[in-house]
Design a protein around this ligand. Structure first.
Ligand code: NAP
Ligand code: 3JN
Length: 351
């Protein structure tokens, strides 16, 4: 793991669902690491984690933890990022932040490398990683937008419980066991731990992800709407979203309806475009019942697209089904990919 000419990397939230994937992804992608520092809250400080055969002791994240750090990957919630990301930047680190804390800040680039890598050049120390549901959708839409223009997007999501953290996955497993054993079910985490009511997720579908806003949309839906416009640099793009939680452990799915700006485009032209698109794997063969499903996407970095078809009424309208591992391209891989690009573009240098 340790390379003399590598970088001192910190993972903040290293014991969480996303943080653990960040550590695994750094190793899997052979990111050039001189030293790896794992940070968490006081709860997990002292815990030993074996990374690539080396034992690392998790430390409590504090402002001083960032002395000497070159790159800090944050995934410990928005309030931790708001407090500690500026402290990391003050000490010379570049931060890739996986929370919503800075995503809509006009001085912070919000980056999906396949879509808007060039925005990495305009940073003030922090690069924001978008919401998982946004990332997989824009990877699939960007090649279409570039070639045919994009007027409107209407998306419905089918999101895995791991998006709500390690405790939500545990809750799904516990509830499933209880139901199969004819025992009473308890619900304490979903849809939103800090909200008033909690509902069973096992054998259910919950049409609420994050808290409701005054306009009737949830915060998750507003993230998809606002982040898509920012990443695509298009305030005129019409975007609407409905986000739903399903009893799936890993892998978000999305039914995406989109309208392009060009006339007479055939479905095979969209398929051909997505077949060669960066970060996309086309799985579209209805005759052989071949389409993407979350169970097949777990552990993979790509965005899988299938069920592409033309709308029956709107001549410029199309539908597609987009699936990806929410903890990888939706979070850990997109963050590590940003860090890789920062290194390759010479934007970050080892101290
Ligand atoms: P999780 O499984 O609950 O893990 C939370 C992590 O944050 C743990 O490592 C926890 O450490 C750490 N933490 C909590 N409070 C802290 C504090 N005060 N100081 C330092 N570390 C602290 O949650 P998760 O699913 O990994 O998600 C973590 C965050 O990532 C979310 O809150 C969200 O902002 C972001 N996220 C983004 C996406 C996306 O769409 N891109 C998806 C999921 C999550 P302990 O072990 O000590 O508790
Ligand atoms: O629920 C999901 O599937 C994705 C959740 C993402 C999330 C969860 C808690 C806090 C976020 C996020 O990244 O948008 C945040 C947050 O940082 O606001």
């Amino acid at each position: 793991m340790s390379q003399q000419n590598g970088f001192h990397v910190a993972v903040v939230g290293a014991t969480g669902a996303v943080g653990q994937q960040m550590v695994e992804t750094l190793v899997k992608e052979k990111f050039p690491i001189k030293k790896l520092t794992l940070l968490s809250s006081a709860r997990s400080a002292g815990k030993k984690v074996v990374v690539n055969g080396e034992e690392i002791i998790v430390e409590e994240a504090k402002p001083e933890s960032f002395e000497g750090i070159d790159i800090a990957l944050f995934s410990a919630g928005g309030s931790v990022s708001k407090e500690l990301a500026p402290e990391a930047v003050k000490r010379g680190a570049i931060v890739v932040d996986n929370t919503s804390a800075f995503r809509m800040d006009e001085n912070t680039p919000l980056v999906v490398p396949e879509v808007n890598e060039k925005d990495l050049h305009n940073h003030n120390g922090i690069i924001a990683n978008p919401n998982c549901s946004t990332i997989q959708m824009v990877v699939a839409l960007e090649p279409i937008r570039q070639k045919y223009g994009l007027k409107r997007v209407i998306v419905s999501t089918y999101q895995a419980v791991s998006g709500a953290g390690a405790s939500a996955v545990e809750e799904l497993m516990e509830q499933t066991k209880s139901i199969l054993n004819n025992q009473e079910v308890s619900a304490n985490i979903l849809p939103v731990k800090s909200d008033q009511k909690h509902y069973q997720i096992a054998f259910n579908a919950i049409p609420q992800i994050d808290k409701f806003q005054d306009n009737g949309f949830t915060f998750e839906e507003m993230k998809m709407i606002n982040e898509t416009k920012k990443i695509m640099h298009s305030s005129e793009l019409q975007v609407s979203a409905t986000c739903v939680r399903l009893p799936v452990a890993v892998g978000h799915s999305e039914s995406v309806y989109f309208e392009i700006e060009t006339d007479n485009v055939q479905v095979n032209e969209i398929k051909a475009l997505l077949k060669d698109a960066p970060g996309v794997i086309l799985q579209d063969d209805p005759e052989n019942q071949f389409y993407p499903m979350p169970a097949d996407c777990v552990g993979k970095n790509d965005v899988f697209v299938g069920r592409i078809r033309k709308d029956l009424d709107e001549t410029k309208g199309f539908h597609m089904w987009v699936v990806s591992d929410n903890l990888l391209k939706g979070a850990a891989w997109n963050s590590v990919q940003i860090a890789e690009r920062l290194v390759e573009l010479g934007i970050v240098k080892s101290k």
